[in-house]
Design a protein around this ligand. Sequence first.
Ligand code: HEC
Length: 178
Amino acid sequence: MRFIREFPIIVALSFLFGLAFTGLVLGPVFASDIAQPSAKLVAYTPIEQAGRHIYVREGCVYCHSQQVRNVKADQNMVDAYGVSKAGDYYYDLPHLLGTSRQGPDLSNEGQVWGKASGDFAREYLIGHFKNPREYNSQSIMPSYSYLSDRELEELTDYVQSLGAWKVTPDPTEAEASS
Ligand code: HEC
């Protein structure tokens, strides 16, 4: 009791810290939606993991985000693919949400230029990695032509896996449930 009277600020700060720790750290760690992978999410293949490693190494995250938020600016992506959820990142270590969008968000790139679009999508991605200016003369994206063919293939596999597992929201389903 004497301690409280003599050091009220220390006691108050310790209490606040404990409260913040419980709410901001312990709470989220035990929240079940973080511990569960999103429905249909698939783990990366070894090749995709290798591509992910290149993505980290080359700093793609400094220009590309991987998170769709529930804000007006993201409305088109929200309509097409939904808002990003904690479970979407279940297999991501480190996560690559990013804080800056010098280039487009890539969390659904596997739907935009996915495997379903065949060789054409693959050729576009690899050609674009090698020389972005060939496709967009204004692009500020660096050329990654110094990567080996194998690295470019791995990187492409990774980029094509992003969001490819998502089932595009079915508008009739939304109607039925409302
Ligand atoms: C200096 C910032 C910057 C860096 C670093 C960067 N990008 Fe980009 N990226 C951009 C910009 C700007 C665009 C849009 C213009 C364009 O298409 O080139 C873009 C476009 C793209 C696209 C095409 C999107 C589409 O749908 O057409 C992909 C895929 C991509 N980047 C992947 C990567 C990968 C993978 C890396 C790392 C190896 C990377 N970027 C590094 C800025 C960057």
